[in-house]
Structures are given as C-alpha cells and as structure tokens.
Write a protein that binds this ligand. Structure first.
Ligand code: AGP
Length: 604
C-alpha cells in the first residue's frame, strides 16, 4: 500500500517485485484517483501486470497491490486481488486463509450476496460489508467484529470508498508500515518499501493501522485504543534485493555462499583459541547442556539442515535427536523442559511456527535457527541463532541451507566442547572451517562440467540421489532442488538402502547421482555404486580429487575438494545445487519462479 504525495504506481510495482517470493500465481492492484478506483489484474507473473499498467494514465497517490499464491481458487484473473464488496464500497487485499469461509459464504449467499471469484478473500470483504450494514458500524469496528468470527491467521488491508479510510490489520500474520514524512507504506515484508522509507514499525498481532490521505497513520490495539508505534530503522542492503550481474537470484545466491560462510563465522569462532560463542543462546545454554535429547522441527530444505544437525549432534554430543517434519509434529510427546529447535529461513513458515507454539504450550524450551531477523520465529523462541545469509530471494533455497548447516555445526561443536564429549577434535575441524569459504570457491569451479552434464541429461525424467551418513541429507537436498526447479522426478535415498528395493528402478534411463567422497562410508558407498553398475545403471559420482577407485567404476564424475567427512555436506551440496540449476536452465524453466510454489509458505 502506498499513500503519499507522489505517484503510487512505482513503489507498488517495486513492492510487488520484492514480495513475489510469497507467490506469483497472479497479481493485481488498485489505484485511487479522486476517490475513484482503477483496477488492474493479471494471471501469471508480475510481468503480465506490468504490461497491463504500462499505459495507465491514472495519476494516483494512493493504491494497494497484491501478489497471490493460490489457495482457494485457481490462478485466474477473477481470483486475483484486490477484491471488492457487493456494494463496491470496500476493496481488500489479504494474506492467509479464512478457514471457516464456506460457512460464512453460505450465510452471505442467504443474505443475497453474489460471488465473482472462488476466493475466501471475496467472502471476507463481503462479510465485513454485511457486518458494517447490519450492525451500522464504521469500517474499523466492522473489521474488528469480523476478526472475532473468522478462523485462521490473516493480514489484510481494507479500503472504504465512502469513509476514505484504509484499515490494515494483522492477526497471526505479518504487516509492517514504513513512514517517510507524509508518505506511508504498508506491506507484509518491510523489504517491500526499502529504499523508499528509512523508518518502519510493525503492526503487531491484533493491531490496526488506520490510514487516511494527507493524515498521519494511526496505530490501534484490538480495543481500538491508540498506541505509540515503535519506530525502527530499516537496515537492508538494497544490493541484496537485486540480481546484480547474474541472470537470476538462484545463481547469484549459489555464488554468494563462500561469503555467507565468512559472515556466519565472524565473531562466532575464535580461530586462535578454537572457541565458539553464540550470544543468542546464552540465556538457555545451561538447560541445553543438561538436555539428554533434542527435537528438531522444520520443513523442506530447513528439514534437511535439521537432519544434518542430527548426524552432527549424535556423533559429537552423543545425544539422541529426533527430526520431525513440522507439519507432522506430535506435541503430545513433549514434556516440560524438553528442548525443541525450529529451523526456518523465513521465520514465518506456518507449519514450523505452529509446531513451535505447540511445543511451547507443553512447556518446552524452544530454540530457533532462523535467517530473517526479528521474524515471527525469532520472536517466538526462547533463544536462537541467526544464520546471517542475507536476503534470500530464490524460491529454491541455497545459501540459506549452507548458512543453517554452518550454524548447526557450530552449535554441535560448541555443545560437544562444553560437555567434553570430544577431545582434540575441535582443533582440526576449526582449522578446516577457516578455509571453508575457499574450498567452497573451489567447488563452484566445477560449474562448467556440471553445466555440460546437465545438458547431457536434458531428456531425463527421473533421477536418484544417494548418500550415506552426512551425505544422506545432502542427497535429499539435491533431489528436492532438482524437483522444485526442473520438475524432474527425483528421490534422495540412503545409499545403503538402494539394495533394499530401489535397485529395481535401475536402468539406463535412471541416472543415479552418488555422493562418494572420502569418509567413513567411502568403501560401503563404493560397493553400492558397483551394485548399480552391475545392474546396468548409470552412475554420476561426486568424488574427491585423485580418487582412483570409484573412477574405476564410473567415468562420469564431479570432482569436489577434499574436507573432513564432518564438513563435507557444506561442500558437496554445491555441485548438486548447480546441477539442479543447470538442469532447469537447459529445460528453459524459470528458476526463480518454479510453478505452483511460493518461497514463504504462511498457510498450514
Ligand atoms: C526450499 O528450496 C524450498 N523452497 C522449501 O522447501 C523451504 O525450505 C520450506 O518451505 C521451508 O521454508 P523456511 O526455511 O522459510 O521455513
């Protein structure tokens, strides 16, 4: 939303571009000039909307915009936001789901309302209108009543043409307001107005922001009492929001990883004393040290980072770790004092937030490993670690994964050191960590080989990824990356499991990418490769330089620098990210906007 004295369209389009990670099935906007609305909507990516508005002559300094990830109703123009109420008085944009929308819709239909879209949002705006009319309320009070009757988290902005008032409200979602003199911006992510406004404040849970043209915005609590906003400075590097010299965000972010590792270690590892410190965990460190087990909850790529943490913690600290898909987490198993660690790039993934909230309700000590500073997760947990990956724009998570992995490895090392479960080990690993960014740069050096390989496999429709021990979560991550951006069916499997069923899938048309770098399971993995080869399979092996055993079994190899087994995931994932990237690229896919996905999934 923009309200000010300048043209509303440029900041609205910039904001939409920066919010595309929330969904890009369709986009729409409304511009208000002399109180009259002009609507523009287009299915598909933002570019389609840009085409529509490019010849707009509307000279408006007040507007709202939205980019959608379809939950209720397909990605059509009719379902794109903004939506209007039956009388045309109310205009809404909305994030979240009205879970009881069907019941409300029935009620509205019985009262004579007609619907033009399949969305819960159109139900919501008409519900507010019905309350407004029936109870003779103004917009703010009608929104307040509606909120107490709808089920589900939401963040919305509703504009009333008759009252010339915009009400922005947040219930369980996220909303931020930017204030720059007489200009006001509202968005679900403060980066949407970075560069336009230096200051911002959060519209907290159950708070309202009232915006009128030419007036200062007013922040209210749920009882409609005026609050003083806590103004903060918006500290974001605009370069993080652009692709720079890269063709897309994903490739840029893959290449940022060595630098992200440097940032992730700065101030946390003292390479002279081999000490590790995390200020954010101090408060709970004693309880963490006493814990006899740990539960991790996360989704997608963050879940894979959680699996890595399990290997590290079990190996280094000797405590059992359970890693749960956040959406499958059973809070009933949690007892007061248990440690539950959530991992999330965005810090807003609904499944992970709900799991952490449930754990908290059981009396657990909750920890977070999170990238977005001050996000929902960061504020929910008792203590945590920021992963310092900078803004990640690519829907396919890359640098956030390695940043999470690094933070979790340091966490395990520190815990092992403090609990004295390892000896003389820190020294070797910490010395290697110092050279990790350089080793990552070397791993990125295999880009050309990988591009050629991906081109060769352009017709492939299925692919297996195998790894054992620390390499198993990496295999899962390699498969997820390939699936999500190139739409190739891929599975990640523990290498040792291949002989227990998946071997039946093996033929020439099923390439198997095996992580076969030096380490505890090198020879066992070599046997698995041998089995696949003997059954007529095609193996592409990730090996270290000067490997002459696996190279005797397969000639298709990707060479990665040699590191200690324990650090290998941070290196080995890089060629798999590049493989997914070039597979998608050679198939002509839009890597930053994979179909049907959104970067940040704020619905359950
Ligand atoms: C990763 O490439 C995916 N886009 C997705 O699996 C993601 O990791 C998942 O949705 C969790 O997101 P979060 O880390 O922001 O919680």
């Amino acid at each position: 939303m923009y309200n000010g004295k300048k043209l509303a369209l440029p900041p609205l389009l910039t904001g939409l571009e920066r919010l595309e990670y929330r969904g890009y099935d369709s986009a729409g906007l409304v511009l208000l000039e002399d109180g009259l609305p002009a609507f523009y909507k287009a299915p598909g990516q933002l570019q389609n909307l840009r085409e529509k508005v490019k010849n707009s002559y509307v000279c408006s300094s007040f507007g709202m915009a939205h980019t959608r990830w379809a939950t209720h109703g397909g990605a059509t123009e009719a379902n794109a936001h903004p939506h209007v109420s039956q009388s045309q008085d109310l205009i809404i944009v909305h994030n979240g789901i009205v879970e009881n929308y069907l019941v409300i819709k029935k009620k509205l239909e019985n009262s004579g309302f007609t619907f033009y879209s399949e969305t819960d949002t159109e139900v919501l705006v008409n519900f507010i209108e019905l309350i407004k009319i029936d109870k003779k309320l103004d917009l703010t009070s009608a929104v307040q009543v509606a909120l107490s009757e709808i089920v589900g988290a939401c963040a919305m902005m509703v504009y009333s043409q008759s009252e010339k008032l915009l009400v922005a409200v947040n219930r369980g979602g996220q909303l931020f307001a930017g204030v720059n003199g007489s200009e006001c911006f509202v968005a679900s992510d403060k980066n949407a107005f970075a560069g336009y406004s230096k200051n911002f404040f959060e519209i907290g849970n159950n708070q309202f922001l009232l915006v009128r043209s030419g007036k200062e915005p007013k922040l209210l609590n749920f009882n409609l009492e005026v609050l003083k906003p806590e103004i903060e400075e918006l500290d974001v590097d605009i370069n993080q929001l652009t692709k720079g010299d890269y063709p897309n965000f994903m490739l840029k972010e893959i290449h940022e990883q060595p630098e992200i590792m440097r940032q992730g270690m700065t101030g946390r590892i003292n390479f002279k004393t081999q000490e590790i410190c995390f200020g954010g965990l101090d408060e709970c460190w004693e309880q963490i040290k006493q814990a006899s087990s740990l539960v991790i909850v996360a989704c997608g790529t963050s879940f894979h980072a959680g699996l890595l943490a399990k290997y590290w913690l079990e190996k280094l600290v000797n405590i059992p770790v359970k890693v749960e898909y956040a959406s499958e987490f059973q809070a009933a198993t949690i007892k007061a004092g248990d440690i539950v660690l959530g991992i999330s790039q965005s810090g807003t993934t609904a499944d992970t937030i709900v799991a952490l909230e449930a754990a908290k309700d059981q009396g657990a000590i909750t920890l977070g490993v999170c990238n977005v500073v001050n996000s929902k997760m960061a504020r929910l947990v008792n203590a945590g670690i920021y992963t310092r990956a900078g803004v990640e724009n690519g829907v396919a998570s890359t640098k956030a994964f390695t940043a999470q992995a690094l933070a979790l490895l340091l966490f395990a090392l520190k815990l092992a050191n403090d609990k004295k479960t390892i000896s003389n080990f820190n020294l070797r690993i910490i010395n290697q960590l110092e050279s990790l960014p350089n080793l990552m740069e070397q791993a990125l050096g295999s880009e050309k080989v990988i591009r050629t390989l991906a081109r060769k496999l352009k017709q492939t429709t299925n692919c297996l990824f195998l790894g054992r021990g620390y390499s198993f979560p990496v295999a899962l991550e390699g498969a997820l990356k390939l699936k999500e951006i190139s739409y190739v069916h891929a599975e990640g499997l523990p290498a040792g499991e291949s002989k227990h069923g998946p071997l039946a899938l093996i033929d020439e048309a099923m390439p198997v990418i095996v992580i076969a770098t030096q380490g505890e399971f090198y020879y066992k993995t070599m046997n698995n490769i041998s089995e696949i080869k003997h059954h007529g399979g095609r193996v592409i092996a990730l090996v270290n330089k000067n490997d002459n055993e696996i190279t005797g079994l397969t000639k298709e190899i990707i060479v990665v620098p040699l590191v200690d087994d324990i650090l290998s995931p941070l290196i080995n994932v890089i060629p798999l990210q590049l493989f997914a990237y070039y597979s998608a690229f050679s198939r002509g896919k839009d890597v930053d906007h994979p179909r049907n996905l959104a970067k940040s999934v704020t619905t359950e």
